[in-house]
Design a protein around this ligand. Structure first.
Ligand code: CUA
Length: 192
């Protein structure tokens, strides 16, 4: 009878096997770390670590004086292509405009940015949810399914007044909306 001796089975308790297993697991863990680091570097460089919409940049210092986000251009309007566009800015601690009118059952595109710190908003009971980052224009398009008034709170902590930072959204019937914006007017909220 010849006893075959496993060369890895050094020592009385088979420490050789344990050492080999530990080495294998160390390689697996190191590989996971390398993959995670590579993912971070790739997304950071390739996508430039921008907000999710990452489409356009804007100079927050001149927002109020020139370009798309001057006060007279904020609010809801119908563009030359017939699309409904809401333009808004966020600042500590309010949204401008404070009340937004949109039609139901029509695609509505939001374009927003911030003048100071990071803000964001959600519109109650819809999928509208975006971050507003200084220097970037956030855009998204959504369709409101039903009429009514909804709250639009800031959902990124932006300072001591964060809890009081919110706007209102009035969703109205498409016919009423089109009547209110006829002649290229901006839609404005009715009191109440
Ligand atoms: Cu603005 Cu929180």
């Amino acid at each position: 009878m010849t006893a075959t001796v496993d060369p890895r089975r050094e020592g009385p308790g088979g420490e050789g096997i344990a050492v080999a297993a530990e080495r294998r697991w160390a390689i697996v863990v190191a590989a996971i770390i390398v993959v995670l680091l590579a993912t971070m570097v790739f997304t950071g460089v390739h996508w430039a670590a921008m907000p999710p919409s990452r489409v356009e940049t804007i100079d927050p210092r001149t927002l109020h004086v020139t370009g798309e986000f001057v006060e007279s251009n904020l609010g809801t309007g119908i563009g030359p292509d017939g699309k409904v566009v809401v333009r808004l800015i966020a600042q500590q601690y309010s949204f401008e405009p404070q009340c937004i009118v949109v039609p139901s059952e029509m695609p509505v595109t939001f374009r927003g940015t911030s003048t100071d710190s990071i803000h964001g908003f959600v519109i109650g009971a819809t999928n509208a949810n975006v971050m507003l980052v200084p220097g970037f224009v956030a855009t998204f398009t959504t369709t409101f399914k039903s009429n009514g008034e909804r709250l639009m709170p800031c959902h990124e902590y932006c300072g001591t007044g964060h809890g009081a930072m919110w706007a209102r959204v009035q969703v109205i019937a498409p016919e009423a909306f089109l009547a209110r914006t006829s002649g290229g007017r901006k839609a404005t909220c009715v009191p109440g």
